[in-house]
Design a protein around this ligand. Structure first.
Ligand code: ISE
Length: 329
Protein backbone atom coordinates (compact mmCIF):
# COMPACT_ATOMS: atom_id res chain seq x y z
CA UNK A 1 0.00 0.00 0.00
CA UNK A 2 1.52 3.33 -1.07
CA UNK A 3 2.23 5.77 1.78
CA UNK A 4 0.12 8.96 1.42
CA UNK A 5 2.44 11.89 2.17
CA UNK A 6 1.49 15.53 2.75
CA UNK A 7 4.02 18.35 2.26
CA UNK A 8 3.76 21.56 4.29
CA UNK A 9 5.44 24.50 2.55
CA UNK A 10 6.03 24.61 -1.22
CA UNK A 11 9.01 26.96 -1.36
CA UNK A 12 12.43 25.80 -2.63
CA UNK A 13 12.66 22.72 -0.39
CA UNK A 14 8.95 21.86 -0.23
CA UNK A 15 8.65 21.93 -4.01
CA UNK A 16 11.69 19.64 -4.31
CA UNK A 17 10.30 17.19 -1.73
CA UNK A 18 6.94 17.22 -3.60
CA UNK A 19 8.77 16.49 -6.87
CA UNK A 20 10.68 13.61 -5.28
CA UNK A 21 7.45 12.10 -3.95
CA UNK A 22 5.73 12.48 -7.33
CA UNK A 23 8.55 11.32 -9.59
CA UNK A 24 11.43 9.63 -7.76
CA UNK A 25 10.24 7.71 -4.69
CA UNK A 26 8.81 4.19 -4.59
CA UNK A 27 6.25 3.10 -2.01
CA UNK A 28 4.75 6.57 -1.49
CA UNK A 29 2.83 9.26 -3.32
CA UNK A 30 2.15 12.97 -2.90
CA UNK A 31 -1.32 13.07 -1.37
CA UNK A 32 -1.52 16.72 -0.29
CA UNK A 33 0.34 20.00 -0.11
CA UNK A 34 -0.17 23.10 2.03
CA UNK A 35 1.02 26.65 1.48
CA UNK A 36 -0.32 30.09 2.34
CA UNK A 37 0.13 30.90 -1.36
CA UNK A 38 -2.60 28.91 -3.19
CA UNK A 39 -0.93 29.41 -6.59
CA UNK A 40 2.41 28.04 -5.32
CA UNK A 41 0.62 25.16 -3.61
CA UNK A 42 -1.30 24.33 -6.77
CA UNK A 43 1.88 24.36 -8.87
CA UNK A 44 3.51 21.84 -6.51
CA UNK A 45 0.39 19.70 -6.01
CA UNK A 46 -0.15 18.66 -9.63
CA UNK A 47 -3.39 16.94 -8.74
CA UNK A 48 -2.77 16.27 -5.03
CA UNK A 49 -5.11 17.82 -2.47
CA UNK A 50 -4.36 21.48 -1.63
CA UNK A 51 -4.65 22.78 1.94
CA UNK A 52 -4.12 26.29 3.27
CA UNK A 53 -4.16 25.10 6.93
CA UNK A 54 -1.16 22.95 7.92
CA UNK A 55 -2.87 21.45 10.97
CA UNK A 56 -5.80 20.38 8.77
CA UNK A 57 -3.33 18.61 6.44
CA UNK A 58 -1.62 16.88 9.37
CA UNK A 59 -4.93 15.64 10.79
CA UNK A 60 -6.50 14.73 7.44
CA UNK A 61 -7.32 11.06 6.87
CA UNK A 62 -5.92 11.58 3.35
CA UNK A 63 -2.42 11.91 4.89
CA UNK A 64 -0.42 9.14 6.61
CA UNK A 65 2.99 10.90 6.86
CA UNK A 66 4.12 14.52 6.69
CA UNK A 67 7.07 16.48 5.27
CA UNK A 68 7.55 19.81 7.09
CA UNK A 69 9.21 22.33 4.76
CA UNK A 70 7.64 25.53 6.09
CA UNK A 71 9.60 28.44 7.62
CA UNK A 72 11.94 27.46 10.48
CA UNK A 73 9.78 29.17 13.13
CA UNK A 74 6.83 26.84 12.36
CA UNK A 75 8.71 23.52 12.52
CA UNK A 76 8.17 22.81 16.22
CA UNK A 77 4.41 23.40 16.16
CA UNK A 78 3.90 21.12 13.17
CA UNK A 79 6.24 18.39 14.45
CA UNK A 80 4.35 18.34 17.77
CA UNK A 81 1.05 18.12 15.83
CA UNK A 82 2.40 15.12 13.87
CA UNK A 83 3.35 13.42 17.17
CA UNK A 84 -0.13 14.12 18.56
CA UNK A 85 -1.62 12.60 15.39
CA UNK A 86 0.76 9.60 15.61
CA UNK A 87 2.08 10.32 12.11
CA UNK A 88 5.76 10.08 11.02
CA UNK A 89 7.29 13.34 9.85
CA UNK A 90 10.37 14.40 7.94
CA UNK A 91 11.06 17.87 9.35
CA UNK A 92 13.42 20.11 7.38
CA UNK A 93 16.32 21.43 9.45
CA UNK A 94 16.42 23.04 11.89
CA UNK A 95 14.04 21.03 14.09
CA UNK A 96 12.93 24.26 15.76
CA UNK A 97 13.77 27.94 16.04
CA UNK A 98 14.93 27.46 19.65
CA UNK A 99 16.56 24.69 21.69
CA UNK A 100 13.67 24.83 24.16
CA UNK A 101 11.20 24.03 21.38
CA UNK A 102 13.48 21.26 20.15
CA UNK A 103 13.54 19.77 23.65
CA UNK A 104 9.72 19.94 23.73
CA UNK A 105 9.68 17.66 20.69
CA UNK A 106 12.16 15.26 22.29
CA UNK A 107 10.09 15.13 25.48
CA UNK A 108 6.88 14.58 23.48
CA UNK A 109 8.48 11.61 21.70
CA UNK A 110 9.77 10.22 25.00
CA UNK A 111 6.23 10.51 26.44
CA UNK A 112 4.84 8.79 23.32
CA UNK A 113 7.41 6.00 23.80
CA UNK A 114 8.29 5.84 20.10
CA UNK A 115 10.25 7.90 17.56
CA UNK A 116 8.28 9.46 14.70
CA UNK A 117 10.45 12.49 13.85
CA UNK A 118 13.29 12.53 11.31
CA UNK A 119 15.13 15.85 10.90
CA UNK A 120 16.19 16.62 7.31
CA UNK A 121 19.97 16.63 7.70
CA UNK A 122 20.23 15.11 4.24
CA UNK A 123 24.06 15.18 4.08
CA UNK A 124 23.98 11.90 6.07
CA UNK A 125 22.64 10.37 2.82
CA UNK A 126 25.11 12.10 0.47
CA UNK A 127 27.28 9.39 -1.19
CA UNK A 128 30.53 11.30 -0.52
CA UNK A 129 29.80 11.79 3.18
CA UNK A 130 28.65 8.16 3.57
CA UNK A 131 31.92 6.94 1.98
CA UNK A 132 33.91 9.22 4.31
CA UNK A 133 32.14 7.83 7.36
CA UNK A 134 32.70 4.26 6.14
CA UNK A 135 36.43 4.98 5.74
CA UNK A 136 36.59 6.32 9.30
CA UNK A 137 34.69 3.32 10.72
CA UNK A 138 36.90 0.89 8.74
CA UNK A 139 40.01 2.49 10.28
CA UNK A 140 41.46 3.28 6.83
CA UNK A 141 42.98 6.63 7.91
CA UNK A 142 43.89 5.76 11.48
CA UNK A 143 42.52 7.59 14.50
CA UNK A 144 40.71 10.79 13.38
CA UNK A 145 42.33 13.99 14.69
CA UNK A 146 40.95 16.81 12.51
CA UNK A 147 37.89 17.50 10.38
CA UNK A 148 38.03 20.46 7.99
CA UNK A 149 34.65 21.73 6.68
CA UNK A 150 33.94 24.39 4.08
CA UNK A 151 30.39 25.68 3.63
CA UNK A 152 30.15 28.44 1.02
CA UNK A 153 26.99 29.85 -0.51
CA UNK A 154 27.25 32.04 -3.62
CA UNK A 155 24.97 34.55 -1.90
CA UNK A 156 22.98 34.49 1.31
CA UNK A 157 19.25 33.84 0.70
CA UNK A 158 17.15 37.01 0.72
CA UNK A 159 15.37 35.91 3.93
CA UNK A 160 18.64 35.54 5.88
CA UNK A 161 19.30 37.47 9.10
CA UNK A 162 22.67 37.71 10.89
CA UNK A 163 22.53 34.70 13.21
CA UNK A 164 21.12 32.40 10.48
CA UNK A 165 24.64 31.74 9.19
CA UNK A 166 24.88 29.69 12.42
CA UNK A 167 21.27 28.60 13.11
CA UNK A 168 20.30 27.77 9.51
CA UNK A 169 23.56 27.03 7.67
CA UNK A 170 26.27 25.97 10.16
CA UNK A 171 23.77 23.52 11.71
CA UNK A 172 24.65 21.21 8.81
CA UNK A 173 28.28 21.03 9.91
CA UNK A 174 27.32 20.54 13.55
CA UNK A 175 25.18 17.52 12.61
CA UNK A 176 27.44 16.03 9.92
CA UNK A 177 30.54 16.38 12.12
CA UNK A 178 28.81 14.51 14.98
CA UNK A 179 27.73 11.84 12.50
CA UNK A 180 31.03 11.51 10.60
CA UNK A 181 33.11 11.28 13.80
CA UNK A 182 30.60 9.57 16.12
CA UNK A 183 31.56 12.25 18.64
CA UNK A 184 29.96 15.04 20.67
CA UNK A 185 31.08 18.70 20.52
CA UNK A 186 32.26 20.00 23.90
CA UNK A 187 33.36 23.56 23.04
CA UNK A 188 33.42 26.09 20.22
CA UNK A 189 35.30 29.26 19.29
CA UNK A 190 34.26 31.71 16.60
CA UNK A 191 36.37 34.19 14.63
CA UNK A 192 34.42 36.33 12.19
CA UNK A 193 35.37 38.84 9.54
CA UNK A 194 33.98 42.37 9.87
CA UNK A 195 30.20 42.12 9.40
CA UNK A 196 30.24 38.44 10.40
CA UNK A 197 30.79 36.88 6.94
CA UNK A 198 32.82 34.71 6.56
CA UNK A 199 33.35 33.12 9.95
CA UNK A 200 35.60 30.34 11.17
CA UNK A 201 34.19 28.07 13.87
CA UNK A 202 36.55 25.72 15.70
CA UNK A 203 35.06 22.99 17.88
CA UNK A 204 36.61 20.24 20.01
CA UNK A 205 34.98 16.88 20.55
CA UNK A 206 34.70 14.54 23.54
CA UNK A 207 37.40 12.41 21.81
CA UNK A 208 39.80 15.40 21.52
CA UNK A 209 39.24 15.73 17.77
CA UNK A 210 39.32 19.24 16.27
CA UNK A 211 36.55 20.37 13.89
CA UNK A 212 37.22 23.48 11.82
CA UNK A 213 34.45 25.01 9.72
CA UNK A 214 34.48 27.99 7.39
CA UNK A 215 31.00 29.42 6.80
CA UNK A 216 30.95 31.96 3.96
CA UNK A 217 27.45 33.01 2.94
CA UNK A 218 28.53 35.36 0.12
CA UNK A 219 31.43 33.55 -1.55
CA UNK A 220 30.19 34.73 -4.97
CA UNK A 221 31.83 32.04 -7.20
CA UNK A 222 29.33 29.24 -6.47
CA UNK A 223 27.85 26.85 -3.92
CA UNK A 224 30.78 24.89 -2.48
CA UNK A 225 30.61 22.38 0.36
CA UNK A 226 33.78 20.43 1.16
CA UNK A 227 35.02 18.16 3.93
CA UNK A 228 38.38 16.54 4.67
CA UNK A 229 38.80 14.07 7.52
CA UNK A 230 42.39 13.81 8.80
CA UNK A 231 43.60 10.71 10.63
CA UNK A 232 46.94 9.74 12.07
CA UNK A 233 47.59 7.48 9.05
CA UNK A 234 46.01 9.43 6.21
CA UNK A 235 43.09 11.56 5.06
CA UNK A 236 39.79 11.07 3.25
CA UNK A 237 38.03 13.98 1.58
CA UNK A 238 35.20 14.91 -0.72
CA UNK A 239 36.06 15.06 -4.43
CA UNK A 240 35.20 18.12 -6.51
CA UNK A 241 31.40 18.42 -7.05
CA UNK A 242 31.50 17.33 -10.72
CA UNK A 243 31.21 14.34 -13.01
CA UNK A 244 33.03 15.95 -15.95
CA UNK A 245 36.06 18.18 -16.56
CA UNK A 246 36.28 20.52 -19.56
CA UNK A 247 39.65 21.17 -21.28
CA UNK A 248 39.48 24.34 -23.35
CA UNK A 249 41.85 27.16 -24.31
CA UNK A 250 44.76 25.73 -22.30
CA UNK A 251 42.62 25.45 -19.19
CA UNK A 252 40.70 22.68 -17.37
CA UNK A 253 37.47 23.53 -15.54
CA UNK A 254 34.23 22.33 -14.01
CA UNK A 255 31.17 24.26 -12.86
CA UNK A 256 30.03 24.75 -9.26
CA UNK A 257 26.31 24.26 -8.54
CA UNK A 258 24.27 27.40 -7.87
CA UNK A 259 22.88 26.19 -4.52
CA UNK A 260 22.25 23.19 -2.25
CA UNK A 261 19.41 21.69 -4.29
CA UNK A 262 21.48 20.72 -7.36
CA UNK A 263 24.53 19.89 -5.17
CA UNK A 264 22.59 17.52 -2.90
CA UNK A 265 19.88 16.25 -5.30
CA UNK A 266 20.94 12.61 -4.80
CA UNK A 267 21.17 13.04 -1.02
CA UNK A 268 17.62 14.43 -0.90
CA UNK A 269 16.37 11.52 -3.04
CA UNK A 270 18.13 8.89 -0.93
CA UNK A 271 16.89 10.56 2.27
CA UNK A 272 13.26 10.62 1.01
CA UNK A 273 13.39 6.96 -0.07
CA UNK A 274 14.95 5.89 3.25
CA UNK A 275 12.36 7.90 5.21
CA UNK A 276 9.44 6.37 3.24
CA UNK A 277 10.83 2.84 3.62
CA UNK A 278 11.31 3.37 7.38
CA UNK A 279 7.85 4.93 7.84
CA UNK A 280 6.19 2.03 6.02
CA UNK A 281 8.04 -0.36 8.38
CA UNK A 282 6.98 1.65 11.46
CA UNK A 283 10.55 2.85 12.02
CA UNK A 284 12.62 6.03 11.61
CA UNK A 285 15.93 6.77 9.89
CA UNK A 286 18.44 9.62 9.62
CA UNK A 287 18.78 12.37 12.21
CA UNK A 288 16.47 11.93 15.21
CA UNK A 289 14.67 14.61 17.20
CA UNK A 290 17.51 14.33 19.72
CA UNK A 291 20.08 15.01 16.96
CA UNK A 292 17.97 17.97 15.90
CA UNK A 293 17.78 19.29 19.46
CA UNK A 294 21.55 18.93 20.02
CA UNK A 295 22.26 20.77 16.77
CA UNK A 296 19.92 23.66 17.52
CA UNK A 297 21.17 23.83 21.13
CA UNK A 298 24.79 23.95 19.91
CA UNK A 299 23.94 26.73 17.43
CA UNK A 300 22.05 28.65 20.10
CA UNK A 301 24.94 28.41 22.60
CA UNK A 302 27.38 29.59 19.92
CA UNK A 303 25.19 32.55 18.94
CA UNK A 304 24.85 33.49 22.62
CA UNK A 305 28.62 33.35 22.99
CA UNK A 306 29.09 35.45 19.85
CA UNK A 307 26.47 37.89 21.07
CA UNK A 308 28.41 38.37 24.28
CA UNK A 309 31.43 39.14 22.10
CA UNK A 310 29.48 41.39 19.75
CA UNK A 311 28.83 38.85 16.91
CA UNK A 312 32.53 38.79 16.32
CA UNK A 313 35.31 36.92 17.99
CA UNK A 314 33.91 34.92 20.86
CA UNK A 315 36.25 33.23 23.28
CA UNK A 316 35.96 29.48 23.91
CA UNK A 317 32.29 28.59 24.49
CA UNK A 318 31.71 25.49 26.62
CA UNK A 319 28.83 23.44 25.18
CA UNK A 320 26.46 21.69 27.57
CA UNK A 321 23.39 19.48 27.02
CA UNK A 322 20.86 17.60 29.19
CA UNK A 323 21.30 13.81 29.42
CA UNK A 324 20.36 11.88 26.25
CA UNK A 325 17.06 9.99 26.82
CA UNK A 326 17.17 6.20 26.50
CA UNK A 327 14.82 6.44 23.50
CA UNK A 328 17.81 7.80 21.55
CA UNK A 329 20.52 5.48 22.88
C1 ISE B 1 19.98 26.26 3.53
O1 ISE B 1 18.84 26.45 4.37
C2 ISE B 1 20.35 24.81 3.53
O2 ISE B 1 19.87 24.00 4.28
C3 ISE B 1 21.53 24.50 2.71
O3 ISE B 1 21.81 23.09 2.76
C4 ISE B 1 22.71 25.29 3.23
O4 ISE B 1 23.85 25.04 2.44
C5 ISE B 1 22.39 26.77 3.19
O5 ISE B 1 23.50 27.50 3.70
C6 ISE B 1 21.15 27.05 4.05
O6 ISE B 1 20.84 28.43 4.02
Amino acid sequence: MSLAVGVIGTGVMGAEHARLLRDATSGAHLAAVCDADPARAGAAAKGAAVFTDALALINSDQVQAVVIASPDATHAQYALACLAAGKPCLCEKPIAATAAEGLDIVQAEVALGRRLVTVGFMRRFDPAYTEMQAARIAGNIGAPVLLHNIHRNAAAPAWFTGAMAVTNSFVHEIDISRWLLGSEMINAQVTAAPGGDPMLVTMQTDKAEIVSTEVFMNATYGYHVHAQLVGRAGTVEMAAPTRILTNLSAAQSFGFPSNWVPRFTEAYRLQMQAWVDAARAGQTTGASAWDGFVTTSTAEQIVAGMGNAGMGNAGRITLTYPPRPALYA
